[in-house]
Structure formats: structure tokens, C-alpha cells
Design a protein around this ligand. Structure first.
Ligand code: HEC
Length: 126
């Protein structure tokens, strides 16, 4: 019985910890302003064929006619526990893979830093 009580207490404190972590603001969501609308704007930028055009190579939930040159964008928080690594992948994919087919959106100024921030916010929800 005592063991169960200890387990329950441990589970409760883990839940509290996870809950408070979720409330912690991240640097880029502050920079992008209201994070809910940053996510919406990021999705539009990612899907826009004249902006991110991410669907040319990546399957993304809700996207049509996706290509498969790159991996499907799923479980991004698990793939990128460090959000700055995700941003770096989008800013300049050649940093992680010098032969990447993915355009270096930031380094080649294909997208502005602000737009990349919004796309990161969106992709991190996938
Ligand atoms: C021309 C094809 C192409 C386009 C366009 C493209 N990517 Fe990629 N992407 C790739 C490839 C290929 C990889 C596999 C890793 C590598 O080679 O860099 C990749 C990898 C990634 C990864 C890492 C995935 C993982 O699970 O490791 C993310 C995140 C990503 N791309 C996001 C984006 C976003 C966001 C956009 C749009 C702004 C985009 N990509 C546009 C080809 C592309």
C-alpha cells in the first residue's frame, strides 16, 4: 500500500513538472509574438509553394501532393529535443549534411529569419 502511495506521489510530481515545463516560454516564441498565430503563419509559409515549399520534399499532415525526397515531418519534438537544432536544420541543412538536397533557407536568404522562426514554431507542433 505504501509503495502505491509513493508511486502516486511520484506520478503527480512528474505531471506537475511536465505541466510547468509546457508553460515555460521559449525564446523564439517570444520573438515571434503570439505563439498561436505564429504557428498558423508558419504553416501557411511552410505550405506556400513560393515560400517554404516544404511539401515539395516532405509529407506534412494536412498537406497535398507531398514529395518524398525528405523524411515525413512527424514527431518533431522527439526528433529535436533541442529546438535550436530544428531551427538550424531549416536555416542551413548543409550544416548537418553537407550534401543535403534541402535548400539552406536562411543562409541563402530564401526566407527571412522571422519567417523561419514562425515555420519552426509550426514544425515543432508536428
Ligand atoms: C528539395 C527538397 C527539400 C525541401 C524543399 C525541404 N526539405 Fe527538409 N529535408 C530534405 C532532405 C533530403 C532531408 C533529409 C536530411 C538531409 O539530407 O538534410 C530533410 C530534412 C529535414 C528535417 C529533418 C527531419 C528529421 O526527421 O531529421 C526537417 C525538420 C526539415 N527537413 C524541414 C523542412 C522544412 C520546414 C522545409 C520547408 C521550409 C523543408 N524541410 C524543405 C529535403 C527538403
Amino acid at each position: 500500500m505504501r509503495k502505491i502511495a509513493t508511486l502516486v506521489t511520484a506520478a503527480a510530481s512528474i505531471a506537475t513538472l511536465v505541466g510547468s515545463l509546457a508553460l515555460l516560454p521559449t525564446g523564439s516564441s517570444i520573438a515571434a509574438g503570439n505563439s498561436a498565430s505564429a504557428v498558423d503563419q508558419g504553416k501557411k509559409l511552410a505550405f506556400n509553394r513560393k515560400k517554404g515549399n516544404c511539401l515539395a520534399c516532405h509529407q506534412i499532415a494536412g498537406g497535398n501532393m507531398a514529395g518524398n525526397i525528405g523524411p515525413p515531418l512527424v514527431a518533431m519534438k522527439a526528433r529535436f529535443p533541442d529546438k535550436s537544432k530544428l531551427r538550424s536544420q531549416i536555416w542551413d541543412a548543409t550544416k548537418a549534411n553537407p550534401n543535403s538536397a534541402m535548400p539552406p533557407f536562411g543562409r541563402h536568404k530564401i526566407l527571412s529569419d522571422k519567417d523561419i522562426d514562425k515555420i519552426v514554431e509550426y514544425v515543432y507542433t508536428l
